[in-house]
Design a protein around this ligand. Structure first.
Ligand SMILES: O=C(O)CCC(=O)C(=O)O
Length: 337
C-alpha cells in the first residue's frame, strides 16, 4: 500500500520494528574501510589498450570500477538527480497512483526490495522503470514532474550507448571479439531503479539495500555527488565507494561472471543509510534478452580450465534470482557444473 512509502509523511524519529535487522545482520558501520585504490578509469584517454588493461585488472580484482570522461554531459547527470529529488517530493496522492508491490510490473513506485516476501524491510523507496524500447514504455512513465519523461528518456539513451561501450571493452579485455558479449546477450532489455533513501533515525540497525549481487550483465550507477552510501565487499571486508566527481560506478553483474568463466567477479554490494541527509542513486541495468543462452565463453574454457557454469537461459536465471531472498547465497552457485 502506498502509505508504506518512506518518502511520504513526516520524518520518523525512531526506526519502526519492521526495519530492524537482527544483531548478527547489522551493517557494523565502524568496521567499514575506505579504499583510495578503487579504480577510476579515464575513458577519454588516448591509449585504448591501456584503458582495456585497466578495465581487465579492475574486473578481475574488484568486480567494479568508476569511469570518468565517459561522454555523458555532466548537465544531464545533474538533471537526472534533480528530477529524482523532485519526483520523490511529489504529493502523496500523486505517488499513490504509481505505487505497486508486484515485482512483475514494468513501471512501479515501491519501497524496500520485495515487500511481499521479505522478513525485514529496507530503508528505501524506488521507482522501477523498464526503458527499452523507450517508445513502448515512456507513455506509461510518470507525467509529473513535467520534464520527467524528457530528462529520463535522454538519460536512458545515453546510458545504453555507454553500457554497450563498456561491454565492448570488457569483451576485449577478456581476449574476445569486441562484440562477443553483446551478441551473446541478444537484444538487451534496459531497466532502471531510481533509488531514494530518506534520512534514517537509526542507520546502524538497517540497510538501504542489503548485500546483493546484480543478476544482469552490467549496472551503471549514478550516485548522489554529496552523500556516500554504496559499499562493496572485498576479501570479506566492506569498503566505501565514495562518490568521485562526475563519475559513474560500473558494476559487473552475474552474467559477466558466468561468461568469463568466473575470471571476472559479480561482487556483493550494499547501500547504507545515514541520519543527516537523504541520498539518491540511479541504477541502470543492461539485461540479456530472456532467450539468451549463457555459458562460459569457449575461448576461456578448455584443458586446465573447465567450464565452471552450465549453460542456461537468462529467463531461467532471472526467475531463480527473484524467487530467492536478495542476501542469500550467490545465485550463480545454483548454476555450477
Ligand atoms: O544505491 C546504491 O548505491 C546501490 C544501488 C543498487 O545496488 C541497486 O539499485 O541495485
Amino acid at each position: 500500500m502506498a502509505d508504506q512509502l518512506l518518502s511520504t509523511g513526516p520524518p520518523r524519529r525512531t526506526l519502526p520494528e519492521s526495519y530492524v535487522r537482527p544483531e548478527s545482520e547489522r551493517p557494523r558501520l565502524a568496521e567499514v574501510e575506505s579504499d583510495t585504490n578503487i579504480p577510476v578509469i579515464d575513458l577519454g584517454a588516448d591509449n585504448e589498450s591501456h584503458i582495456i588493461s585497466q578495465i581487465g585488472a579492475a574486473c578481475q580484482s574488484y568486480g567494479f570500477f568508476q569511469i570518468v570522461n565517459h561522454g555523458m554531459a555532466i548537465g544531464l547527470m545533474d538533471d537526472m538527480v534533480e528530477i529524482t529529488r523532485e519526483f520523490f517530493s511529489l504529493p502523496p496522492e500523486e505517488k499513490a497512483k504509481l505505487y505497486s508491490d508486484d515485482p512483475a510490473k514494468k513501471i512501479r513506485l515501491s519501497t524496500s526490495f520485495n515487500i511481499r516476501k521479505e522478513k525485514v524491510h529496507n530503508w528505501r523507496d524506488y521507482l522501477r522503470l523498464h526503458c527499452y524500447p523507450l517508445e513502448d514504455f515512456v507513455p506509461g512513465w510518470p507525467s509529473k514532474p513535467p520534464s520527467f519523461r524528457e530528462v529520463v528518456s535522454s538519460y536512458c539513451r545515453e546510458v545504453r550507448h555507454l553500457g554497450f561501450k563498456i561491454l565492448g571493452l570488457i569483451s576485449l579485455s577478456l581476449g574476445l571479439e569486441k562484440d562477443y558479449i553483446e551478441k551473446v546477450l541478444g537484444e538487451q532489455e534496459q531497466h532502471m531503479a531510481i533509488n531514494y533513501y530518506p534520512q534514517c533515525p537509526e542507520p546502524e540497525l538497517t540497510y538501504g539495500l542489503p548485500a546483493h549481487t546484480d543478476p544482469n550483465a552490467v549496472t551503471i550507477l549514478l550516485q548522489d555527488q554529496k552523500v556516500a552510501g554504496l559499499q562493496v565487499q572485498r576479501d570479506g571486508k566492506w569498503i566505501r565507494v565514495d562518490p568521485h566527481p562526475n563519475a559513474f560506478v560500473i558494476n559487473l553483474g552475474d552474467q559477466i561472471q558466468a561468461l568469463s568463466n568466473g575470471r571476472y567477479k559479480s561482487v556483493w554490494h550494499r547501500a547504507i543509510v545515514n541520519s543527516d541527509k537523504e541520498r539518491i542513486s540511479v541504477a541502470s541495468f543492461l539485461c540479456p534478452c530472456n532467450s539468451a543462452a549463457i555459458s562460459p565463453a569457449k575461448k576461456l574454457t578448455g584443458e586446465g580450465s573447465p567450464a565452471v557454469y552450465r549453460s542456461y537461459t537468462y529467463d531461467e536465471y532471472y526467475k531463480k534470482f527473484w524467487s530467492s531472498n536478495l542476501d542469500q547465497d550467490h545465485c550463480l552457485e545454483l548454476f555450477k557444473t
